[in-house]
Design a protein around this ligand. Structure first.
Ligand SMILES: [Mn+2]
Length: 332
């Protein structure tokens, strides 16, 4: 991981010079934004600082095991301290309604690993080759000489494994594995127990709704493009929550022939959330950008305010175009 001394020193100064901090995680919080914020919360507490961790959405049940997860508060319950640090937030819309805490802060900092991060804070520590923001937090602990205890290691481990697909995606680095090896060696984490909590702890409704969606996957383009859909009515019939729909896109992507995968899910407001993945070829970030969305080559998404049939027609056409573009390029 490439942390420039200058950037990490500026964040250390940001922390040292302040007394009270509000930490912001992104909407639809994942293991990295929460694990990294909770690890930073512990670091700040250890330094005797006052700190609150804020997220515009409640902590998903699956992450409730992390130390301090029950103290993550909603924006309306936040004090809104002078110094705000955003964690794993690629852009300010990712704050959701916690945006006011950021805009009202006296001083702002951002710690993130998304290459698209436009350095929106006054102090920015953006490390694009870090596997997870948790890896940057780990570097911060080392640099500040703060000991990593079991609680901090649990939070950092969760961020690292969830952002790397349980250490299987291409962003997994030797450093990611070294950090975890170190945690295991020092008996700071119980890998099998955390694996059970994160991956083998699925609500019944989630398994059922996923089975329904997966059994209705549609293939196009000789199986290279696949999509699945889920309406609010279908979600309700399974008693499924938004959280229960996490991971469906991975099942679509994992089909052997698939190069571009889409999952279109209706939101409570009637709009559609489109999740995109590519495997081997194709850049889904390009497709999402056409719709004002974000992400990168392998994972991207956007929100559509059109009827479902229109959403599917446009994503299908664009996936085909993208496949044609990359395959033609390959032949030349
Ligand atoms: Mn992340």
């Amino acid at each position: 991981m490439n942390t420039s001394n200058k950037d990490i020193e500026s964040v250390i100064r940001f922390i040292s010079e302040g007394e009270r901090f509000t930490l912001l995680s992104h909407i639809s919080p994942d293991g990295d934004t929460l694990g990294s914020a909770l690890a930073l919360r512990l670091l700040l507490k250890r330094l005797g600082k006052t700190v609150e961790a804020v997220c515009a959405n409640p902590v998903p049940k699956i992450y409730s095991f992390m130390p301090g997860a029950d103290e993550v508060i909603l924006p309306e319950d936040a004090k809104g301290y002078e110094r705000v640090i955003s964690v794993d937030c690629a852009d300010t819309p990712r704050f959701g309604r916690a945006i006011s805490l950021f805009s009202q802060a006296e001083r702002t900092a951002a710690i993130d690993h998304h290459i698209t991060n436009p350095h929106y804070a006054e102090t920015n520590l953006v490390v694009a080759d870090a596997s997870a923001t948790a890896e940057i937090m780990h570097a911060l602990y080392l640099r500040m000489g703060v000991e990593i205890d079991r609680d901090a290691a649990t939070c950092l481990y969760t961020g690292l494994v969830t952002d790397t697909g349980n250490l299987s995606y291409s962003n997994t680095t030797a450093n990611t594995l070294r950090i975890i090896a170190d945690f295991v060696e020092k008996k700071l984490v119980d890998v099998s127990e955390l694996n059970r909590l994160i991956y083998r702890n699925v609500p019944y409704a989630k398994t059922r709704v996923q089975g329904f969606v997966v059994s209705n996957i549609q293939l196009e383009c000789d199986g290279m493009f696949a999509y699945a859909t889920l309406t609010q009515a279908q979600m309700k019939s399974y008693g499924a929550t938004n959280e229960d729909c996490e991971g469906i896109i991975d099942c679509v992507r994992d089909i052997d022939s698939v190069r571009i995968a889409a999952f279109v899910r209706e939101s409570a407001d009637g709009s559609y959330k489109v999740s995109l993945r590519s495997k081997g070829v194709g850049d889904v970030g390009r497709i999402a950008a056409l719709h004002g969305g974000g992400g990168h080559e392998k994972a991207a998404g956007y929100t559509a305010h059109e009827p479902l049939s229109t959403v599917i027609a446009s994503i299908s056409a664009q996936a085909k175009e993208e496949l044609a573009r990359v395959l033609e390029h390959r032949e030349n």
